[in-house]
Design a protein around this ligand. Sequence first.
Ligand code: GSH
Length: 202
Amino acid sequence: MKLYYSPGACSLSPHIVLLEAGLPYTLVKTDLKAKKTADGADYLAINSKGAVPALELDDGRVLTEGPAVVQYLADQKPESGLAPRAGSFERYQLMEILNYLTSEVHKGFGPLFNPATSAEVREATVAALAKKFDWLTGYLGKKNFLLGDTFTVADAYLFTLLNWTGFVKIDLSKWPALAAYHARVAQRPKVHAAMKEEGLVK
Ligand SMILES: N[C@@H](CCC(=O)N[C@@H](CS)C(=O)NCC(=O)O)C(=O)O
């Protein structure tokens, strides 16, 4: 399988999942502005939406949209526990939180990555994200991971999103439980390995 990624982007989530699941993969770095892969191929021909992640299977089929990609990967290694069994209530709870992360949290960061965003819009965007972080704090509660004691694909996604607070200068220490969660997940060997492969840590 090939994972099309950009360093530190939301594609870090499936990258972590590939490593946690122990699946073989190759990484293809993608220039999101130029819409070109590192070897000069037209990225729009791979994913016409122009966004990462995209997962290319060995038979050439391509799957996009982070929440779908990570569930596909987890289902290749059910014994990894990275996703509850398909069809179980717990699996719908995983989809519930993945959907929240993708539509409410991930997209909530959008204006903060746009250099044209005004100070007023930035302030409103940070205030809206703060409410999502409050909610996530309550949802996490005293659990180690989003769904309980087991690291799942949802944790790979939330970790990736919380990582962005550093880039956009949101002080995560205002949410001590999320900051502790982020630090805990960062220590997982496979998470560290993914960050290292993307050049995010030494
Ligand atoms: N709905 C997509 C969104 C993916 C997305 O927002 N990717 C960003 C990086 S985190 C991207 O590639 N942005 C560049 C672009 O859309 O042109 C998903 O969940 O996978």
